[in-house]
Design a protein around this ligand. Structure first.
Ligand code: ATP
Ligand code: MG
Ligand code: MG
Ligand code: MG
Length: 478
């Protein structure tokens, strides 16, 4: 008897004798029809129990989420909706699941909020099963894309001595020995006496380290956990998220935009080809949700249509200056409908502006470029106007910013000046500046927030629902 995955049973070319299925009960109807899922696909296999010859005690134990082993024959199904079913010859309960206390009862449609409080169990629902399989395929697609193009995968450090973004959203690392952290005379933590002999943080971006590698290996990427002490609760920010950061020597900003667009289209196509059942399910889920909304608020496109749209259309490239003009002249700005009114050039865009540009004005993904230097990080290449930098953000419908990238400042003197102007101690970045001292060259890269990509592809709206165990303020339960 062979243990066969549900997915392979459902895709079998012919009926099969003597199969063994192991999985968990999703539902049990009429003391006869058992729906079993083993995680290999969103679909369940229907197993028909011979209830006349099965003890009533056994039938009672077939509760939602009980682990079972089923022996039987795969036969063509008489019922509508499925090709095959398993005629059960032997039933084993591997692990009971108490119906009275099991928190996730599938029939009552638990809310996403409730499921978040049960992050360890929510993956047992169809929606989270689908999301997590799509997430897995997307992460494979990311490696596939870069590996095919000859990029080298570099693991940049998680514990770092630098703050790449200069935004001060870092988590401090200490070794915390049994005696507590060493204190100085003022009673503050003395990092010189601590494990690393200096202040260290969890990484907010692997970019600076990746740049040093790009300046020898040519094309590199990182894909790893990233930490930011975001002090607000939004549906787009996590304290721990995953970021994909390619860095390419000899690429300017235009080449960087081309790379980002091609990359995003590739991974979305990859998921659409390989996750058809899961995406069909998520598409239907979103359609059902839309139906609850008043007609005027409903999205014009379904999930699959939105994904296809991104594949079929170039991203609209617009300079920051053009975007500000559009926003200044837009109705929500003039009528003070935006919470934050754009009055002049130089202002940072809020996500309401980004979403307006993407969803209302251009109605397609947008790449904004050439931002004012003063609202962007120190390492970006200054343009000849001395006002703007070669930065780009990619904005997606329903999400806002999904990518932040730039051509890097490759000129040592300009970079040193910038660092000095910001009051950063050059000694902190001596190793970074070495890339400009020894064989500097034009180079560029970007950071894509993996969970924001998963949000877009799955049609979910809260970032907490696309990562297995979300970390947000006041929330690290699991
Ligand atoms: P935002 O404006 O949304 O706060 P950012 O400009 O601070 O993002 P970058 O430093 O440009 O972010 O990081 C690159 C990418 O990483 C972003 O475009 C986004 O996709 C993702 N990202 C940034 N912060 C977070 C976060 N806290 N949680 C999840 N993804 C994030
Ligand atoms: Mg931010
Ligand atoms: Mg931003
Ligand atoms: Mg950004």
């Amino acid at each position: 008897m062979k243990h066969i995955k549900v997915k392979d049973l459902l895709n079998s070319a012919k009926p099969l004798d003597d199969v063994l299925v192991k999985g968990w009960v999703r539902t049990f109807r009429n003391n006869q029809f058992l729906a079993i899922n083993d995680g290999s696909t969103i679909n369940n296999i229907q197993c028909v129990v011979d209830f006349e010859n099965t003890s009533p005690e056994m039938l009672k134990r077939l509760t939602t989420s009980a682990a079972v082993a089923i022996h039987g024959n795969l036969v063509e199904s008489q019922g509508a909706g499925q090709k095959y079913e398993v005629q059960v010859t032997k039933l084993e309960i591997l692990g009971d699941s108490d119906a009275e206390t099991y928190p996730i009862q599938l029939r009552n449609k638990p809310s996403l909020e409730f499921l978040r409080e049960n992050a360890h169990l929510r993956v047992r629902t169809n929606v989270f099963g689908a999301i997590m399989r799509v997430r897995s395929v997307l992460s494979f697609a990311i490696h596939q894309y870069f590996q095919e193009k000859g990029f080298v995968y570099v693991n940049t450090p998680i514990i770092t001595g630098s703050d790449a973004e200069g935004a001060g959203e870092m988590f401090r690392v200490t070794a915390l020995p049994a005696t507590g952290a060493p204190l100085n005379e003022e009673g503050k933590v003395d990092y010189k006496q601590d494990f690393f002999g200096k202040e260290t943080n969890l990484t907010v971006s692997g970019q600076l380290e990746a740049e040093t590698y790009a300046m020898s290996l040519g094309q590199v990427y990182t894909f790893g956990p990233t930490f930011r002490a975001e002090n607000s609760n939004t549906s787009r920010h996590l304290a721990e998220f995953w970021m994909i950061e390619p860095e390419v020597a000899f690429n300017d900003l235009d080449a960087n935009m081309d790379l980002a667009e091609d990359f995003i289209q590739y991974v979305i196509k990859y998921a659409m080809d390989r996750c058809q059942d899961d995406l069909a399910f998520l598409n239907q889920r979103l359609a059902d949700e839309e139906k609850q909304k008043p007609t005027a608020e409903r999205s014009e496109m379904g999930l699959l249509e939105k994904l296809q749209f991104v594949l079929d259309n170039n991203f609209k490239r617009v300079s920051y200056t053009e975007a500000i003009d559009i926003l200044k002249n837009s109705k929500p700005n003039k009528n003070k409908k935006f919470n934050y009114i754009i009055e002049e050039w130089g202002a940072d865009l809020q996500s309401e502006h980004e979403r307006f540009l993407v969803e209302k004005h251009f109605k397609c993904p947008v790449i904004l470029f050439d931002y004012p230097a003063k609202i962007k990080a120190f390492y970006m290449r200054l343009n000849e106007d001395n006002q703007t930098v070669r930065a780009m953000d990619i904005l997606f419908p329903g999400i806002g910013e999904i990518v932040g990238g730039s051509q890097r400042e490759e000129r040592l003197d300009v970079l040193q000046q910038k660092i000095a102007d910001l009051g950063i101690d050059e000694k902190e970045l001596w190793w970074y500046l070495d890339t400009r001292r020894f064989g500097t060259a034009v180079h560029s890269g970007f950071g894509l927030g993996f969970e924001r990509l998963v949000l877009f592809v799955t049609g979910m709206t809260n970032i907490r629902d696309v990562i297995p165990f979300p970390r947000t303020p006041q929330n690290a339960e699991f």
